[in-house]
Design a protein around this ligand. Structure first.
Ligand code: EPS
Length: 359
């Protein structure tokens, strides 16, 4: 059984939900580790005042007993504290009483760069809110919760996943953009150590680890580019400069360089996994771009509402979660196991068989 993640939840609805299936039984989950990642995602320079309203915590509804997974679907909930301001506007059922609170006026001014215009056309909507609520990056709280669980499984086999922001001078860029009522993006990097060779496969496109990482990252709000290792830079090099020569010593096979970012032919090669994601500037602008009113068709300025100036530091944490989940999924496919002991035994036997030492 592979790992799967299903999420549900709107930005200002009652809650976000994450259901993870395929976890082996007997994995100890640390509540503090999950909530620590949720906290990290909320921090970062340039975030919106929304983050002062939210204090993301998880509730576990299923799949865990006394801190250990049962091998059954794990259901996690992150409540939206801001929902109390939207109880009429985001009521799942037809609301009782008169319109009150936020979300009572329909949004008809689509923002360039957001889901707004495509969403209303695709789903036959008249209120942009029906599209933007699910498209919102608030969703990434559920992804981070699931990623923290995946990191717990990976830690059992010595895999560590960390992230950072690569873009320089981010605070200065954010300050300047805020002063000009604008937004900025940036680039984040995720590195995973201890990943054994052989995760993913060249056998089919779907199994390729690089394709899976790119899918997971590109499926994250505001990501417009993904590269593995030296990625786009490799295109300018000669083959003799681009590939990582194979050396052999008493520890096994190793490379002196890692331009491939730890993946060759869609398979991990035992080196550090290095992945980058590029985030576009956020589309909700205090200085709005040109748009058209959906009701009248007349030229108008796009919707202006509370938002982040930048969420690049948050994306680093989200990207870390995405990479962790995909690595855990690939590890679960390789080592199997209904119980953690079986997963561990298969991993142990494998790393003893191959000439490789962790890095
Ligand atoms: C988002 C808009 C903002 C962000 C939100 C993503 O939300 P709001 O409209 O409530 O201020 O704060 O991100 C989060 C709430 C979060 O927890 O990351 C958007 O349009 O994508």
């Amino acid at each position: 059984m592979t790992l799967t993640l299903t999420t549900a939840g709107e930005s200002h609805g009652p809650a976000l939900v994450a259901i993870v299936t395929g976890l082996p039984a007997g994995l100890v989950l640390e509540r503090t580790a999950i909530e620590n990642d949720l906290r990290r995602r909320q921090q970062g320079y340039g975030r919106s005042p929304r983050q002062q309203i939210e204090t993301d915590e998880i509730e576990v509804l299923a799949g865990l007993r006394h801190g250990r997974t049962l091998g059954t679907p794990l259901a996690l909930v992150v409540l939206n504290r801001d929902h109390k301001n939207w109880t009429w506007g985001m009521s799942p059922w037809p609301p009782e009483g008169g319109p009150e609170g936020k979300g009572k006026e329909p949004v008809t001014l689509p923002r360039p760069g957001h889901a707004d215009l495509a969403g209303v056309m695709k789903y036959d909507l008249s209120d942009v809110r029906d599209a933007l609520e699910r498209a919102s990056a608030r969703h990434t709280a559920a992804v981070v919760a699931a990623g923290a669980v995946a990191k717990g499984l990976l830690a059992e086999i010595g895999v560590r996943v960390e992230s950072s922001v690569v873009t320089d001078d981010l605070e200065k860029r954010i300050d300047e953009a805020r002063a000009e009522r604008d937004t900025v993006g940036g680039v984040v990097e995720v590195r995973a150590t201890g990943v054994p060779p052989g995760l993913g496969s060249y056998a089919t496109k779907e199994e390729r680890l690089d394709a899976r990482l790119a899918w997971a990252l590109m499926g994250t709000q505001a990501v417009k580019g993904v590269e593995i290792g030296d990625g786009f830079g490799l295109a300018a090099l000669r083959g003799s400069e681009a590939h990582d020569e194979i050396l052999r010593d008493e520890g096994g096979y190793r490379r002196e360089t890692n331009r491939a970012g730890g993946i060759e032919a869609g398979v991990s090669n035992g080196e550090e996994i290095v992945v980058r994601a590029a985030m576009k500037p956020l589309p909700t602008l205090m200085k709005p771009l040109r748009s058209a009113d959906l009701e009248t068709g007349e030229p108008a300025q796009a919707l202006v509402e509370r938002s982040d100036v930048a969420a690049v530091e948050a994306l680093a944490v989200v990207a870390e979660a995405c990479v962790a989940f995909e690595l855990a999924r690939a590890a679960k496919e390789k080592f199997g196991g209904d119980a953690l002991v079986d997963f561990m035994a298969a991993w142990q036997a494998y790393v003893e068989r191959i000439p490789w030492s962790a890095r």
